[in-house]
Unconditional design. Structure first.
Lengths: 43, 513
């Protein structure tokens, strides 16, 4: 049972790490619902 | 067609601590949202002196007085150390103090927008005149100055942007239009800072290249600012504007914009223009940005560190016809993140690194050095953004392991063997792959390395036009010497002329006989 199953998820990705859309795809396959997804550039 | 070569590079910094307070967006936003914050009160005591900024190891590396490997030998954090060679000028460029930089901004202003207080000008002009690269025509662009009352009036009553030294207002930049926000004092200041730091980088480049400025055919500016008015915001052209002041009388130019990826895009375009024979000498260059000054300042102050983002960056690279000596830009090994690539780290690194290598039968470890986002970890680590170059090297190494090109145990050391520590200021496009070109050129010329890959990445999503990320890469390699094989050498020309004269003389003798 995924810990994200049925959960609403806020995603902040990192340009030089894992970007938002990639995390969102993972969240969806784990049964979560991305309600906000953004990628930030910290530099 | 022969590959273009990297003939010379120039790297400059301008130490602008007062602009951290006045123009860095972290601080200007804080002034609006929380004007009485502890951060704003504490910040001034965390600003570095010019001498401290010059002695800072990453800054000395940026201008070429230290190599990235030498920097890597110092224990982090680096800010408590002092560079053994702590000098204003380095083999690539210089670290210009704030007062002289204000004069250079005025020299770069052709619309009477920059005004400096008369006593400040009098106190600084001799230093400016003594600068080894400031030509008479540049110095002649400095005005004698205006009164302190005029400065006060324009800053307080006319919406001008102040220029300060040690917290004291010594000048201003006035708006270029009463209504048009694209020509506001704020925008004009950002653009003139970009232009002035770009001009300084070009001046050093021309000196380092040892060429006649008139021989530059084309200039590509790849900074992150936009210039234009309300009818053509972002119309440009920073490149030609900087070329004019730098004395590149034979050059045209244009701007390339792609966030932090722009320098890598611009080098690929310049190399292609030269290889195609369109131009012989192309300068790729950029000035820096005031907005990013003190960007991570809150974390630096919280951790009782100096504000390390107190310098404006600039760089310039001369890309020329193949001379048979200088390192070549290999156009056949160019990576690009496409619209359909996807955003997972694996997809990104595959598109930028693995795909172009595959096309040329190369493996990831075949590239001796990778230049990624060379941000200084001294700045990013305390702010929670981690060590950006190290993170990028780990991703490249992980992909190499997945492809069976690297042992898993070598992932941890891949960054040391095929990469380097970061030394560039967090000035957006400035750290993006290109800071290594100066060192790469030297290492390739010396035969220390055979191939280097330069990777530029850009955060397109910040412009709110697309969620896409962007990136391109290219390979610089040791000159293959093909120049000598394919072109006619000087010796051959001499031989041909001698033979022609000999034939002519024999014909004359035959006629006389």
């Amino acid at each position: 049972m995924s810990i994200l199953n049925g959960k609403k998820v806020v995603i902040i990705g990192d340009r030089d790490g894992v970007p938002g859309p990639a995390i969102a795809d993972c969240v969806k396959t784990a049964g979560g619902e991305p309600v906000f997804s953004a990628t930030e550039c910290f530099v | 067609m022969l590959n273009a070569v990297i003939k010379a590079t120039g790297y400059v910094l301008a130490h602008t601590p007062d602009m951290v307070m006045e123009n860095g967006t972290t601080q200007t936003t804080e002034k609006v949202v929380n004007p009485n914050s502890e951060y704003l009160k504490q910040l001034p005591s965390h600003l570095r002196t010019y001498e401290q900024a010059v002695a800072y190891l990453p800054n000395q590396t940026y201008i070429g007085n230290m190599t990235p490997d030498e920097l890597g030998e110092y224990e982090q954090p680096w800010y408590p150390h002092t560079a053994a060679k702590s000098e204003r000028f380095g083999k690539f460029g210089e670290i210009m103090p704030e007062d002289e930089f204000y004069l250079l901004m005025q020299a770069c202003d052709v619309f009477e927008l920059v005004y400096l207080e008369e006593n400040f000008v009098a106190a600084t002009i001799e230093k400016f005149k003594a600068h080894p690269l400031m030509r008479e025509d540049i110095i002649a662009r400095i005005n004698s100055g205006v009164s302190a009352e005029t400065v006060e009036h324009f800053v307080n009553e006319e919406g001008a942007e102040p220029l300060a030294m040690n917290g004291k207002t010594v000048g201003y930049i006035k708006r270029a239009h009463d209504v048009d926000g694209n020509l506001s004092a704020h925008v004009m200041l950002e653009n003139l800072v970009s232009k002035a730091s770009n001009v300084l980088a070009i001046l050093h480049l021309i000196k380092n290249a040892g060429i006649d400025p008139a021989d530059v055919d084309y200039v590509i500016d790849c900074a992150e600012e936009a210039c234009g008015d309300m009818n053509q915001r972002g119309g440009g052209n920073f490149a030609k504007a900087a070329a004019e002041i730098a004395g590149l009388s034979g050059a045209s130019g244009s701007d390339v914009r792609a966030f932090c990826a722009a320098p890598a895009h611009a080098v690929i375009e310049a190399a292609s223009l030269v290889k195609a024979g369109t131009y012989r000498n192309v300068v790729v260059c950029a000035g820096g940005c005031t907005a990013k000054l003190g960007m991570n300042g809150k974390d630096h102050v919280k951790k009782d560190m100096p504000i390390l983002e107190d310098v404006i960056g600039g760089f310039a690279v001369l890309i020329s016809e193949n001379d048979g000596i200088n390192p070549e830009i290999d156009n056949t090994v160019c990576g690009r993140h496409t619209v359909g690539t996807g955003s997972s780290p694996q997809a990104v690194i595959t598109s930028l690194v693995a795909n172009p290598l595959d096309k040329n039968g190369l493996k990831i470890p075949d590239i001796d050095k990778y230049a990624v986002e060379m941000q200084n970890p001294d700045i990013t680590k305390p702010a929670g953004a981690g060590d950006v170059p190290a993170a990028n090297y780990k991703m490249i190494a992980a992909l190499a392991v997945k492809r069976g090109e690297l042992e898993r145990k070598d992932v941890a050391t891949f960054g040391n063997t095929h990469g380097m520590v970061g030394w560039a200021p967090t000035q957006g496009h400035i750290p993006s792959g290109v800071p290594y070109l100066g060192f790469a050129r030297e290492q390739l010329l010396a035969g220390d390395i055979e191939k280097a890959m330069i990777i530029g990445k850009g955060s397109l999503f910040l412009g709110r036009m697309t969620n896409l990320f962007d990136g391109v890469s290219f390979v610089v390699r040791k000159n293959s010497g093909k120049h000598e094989e394919t072109a006619v050498s000087d010796d051959k020309i001499r031989k041909m002329i001698a033979e022609a004269f000999r034939g002519f003389a024999q014909d004359m003798l035959a006629e006389q006989e």
